[in-house]
Design a protein around this ligand. Structure first.
Ligand SMILES: Cc1cc2nc3c(=O)[nH]c(=O)nc-3n(C[C@H](O)[C@H](O)[C@H](O)COP(=O)(O)OP(=O)(O)OC[C@H]3O[C@@H](n4cnc5c(N)ncnc54)[C@H](O)[C@@H]3O)c2cc1C
Length: 278
């Protein structure tokens, strides 16, 4: 947070993430859970000006919260992981810190949506606009996930911060599908299709400001410029996001022009869970 102060003076916001492997044991998951909780407390104590979306937020990987976060263990995961996610989100709500669930492998998408649905339906989180999800445009299901989220936002009477990413696991998704001899891939196989899917999802989110607070996470100048054009001059109620250490030159330009009112956030991995617990 101290190191982020310079960037914040320039107009950036942050979302913090803890570097760490997926939990292998319940003891790992307990440790990761504790360090996410500590981080939420620290972010909350630091406070910050402005509304919830303008403040520092936290990004959480569900694979860090349970050692068997996999479809084959669906019932167990719903019973054991959902309460963990909900309790972290309750803590985040109390401290005024938005929480985004990161997107992981394609075979976890259904399970992640079930868990997100349970959190969105939790009475303790009713109406809270801080519960967010990352959506991967390279998945063929992306636009349907956006439609499902729009419906969820309306059903649970909230605005969802949605981080639109292209997807980080392309090679392994392709490899896994080939190894298993599946009839198709869960992700697009041409880069142009992913780029198009990103724009289609972006447009759907921009066109539905009651359901979405759009968070466009990309380092691609053309994608970013397309979104600026789609949004036009009137729509500024969204933000761009970059990873710490990437996309600086591009984002300096956007931040410099923030007279237009467009916010930028840096997704910052901050050491390991172990460091945070120390
Ligand atoms: C703030 C932030 C948060 C992020 N959080 C997540 C997250 O939670 N989960 C996650 O998975 N990723 C996450 N990412 C990473 C993201 O998914 C992309 O991998 C990364 O941003 C590169 O995309 P780009 O638009 O910046 O660059 P580009 O160069 O425009 O796009 C590269 C992307 O295109 C896609 N691609 C490449 N080749 C092909 C092909 N042959 N066919 C189809 N698609 C292809 C892949 O998704 C690849 O990552 C995050 C990125 C940012 C900036």
């Amino acid at each position: 947070m101290e190191r982020g102060a310079d960037a914040e003076r320039k107009g950036y916001r942050h979302s913090y993430d803890m570097l760490g492997e997926a939990a292998r044991t319940m003891a790992d998951a307990d440790r990761y859970m504790a360090s996410y909780g500590n981080a939420i407390d620290r972010l909350g104590a630091a406070g910050g000006k402005g509304d919830l979306f303008a403040r520092a937020s936290i990004s959480v990987k569900l694979s860090a919260l349970h050692p068997r976060y996999e479809l084959a263990q669906r019932q167990r995961v719903l019973e054991e992981l959902a309460p963990r996610l909900i309790s972290l989100a309750e803590r985040a709500r109390e401290r005024g810190v938005a929480l985004t669930v990161d997107a992981e492998e394609a075979d976890r998408l259904d399970l992640s949506l079930d868990l997100f649905n349970m959190a969105a339906a939790a009475p303790s989180l009713a109406g809270w606009d801080g519960l967010g999800l990352a959506v991967q445009a390279y998945q063929k299901r992306a636009i349907h996930v956006i439609a499902w989220l729009a419906d969820l936002a309306r059903r649970t009477n909230r605005r969802l911060p949605v981080r639109l990413v292209k997807g980080a696991y392309w090679d392994s998704e392709i490899k896994r599908s080939q190894e298993q001899g599946l009839p198709g891939y869960p992700v697009f196989t041409r880069k142009a299709s992913t780029d198009l899917s990103y724009i289609v999802c972006a447009r759907a989110m921009l066109d539905d400001p009651e359901a979405f607070y759009p968070q466009f996470a990309t380092h691609n100048a053309q994608t970013l410029a397309t979104i600026l054009t789609l949004a036009g001059d009137e729509r500024t109620d969204f933000e761009f996001q970059r990873l710490h250490g990437m996309g600086q030159a591009l984002y300096e330009r956007v931040v410099e022009q923030s007279g237009r009112g467009i916010a930028c956030r840096i997704y910052a991995p901050v050491g390991s869970h172990e460091d945070l617990l120390a």
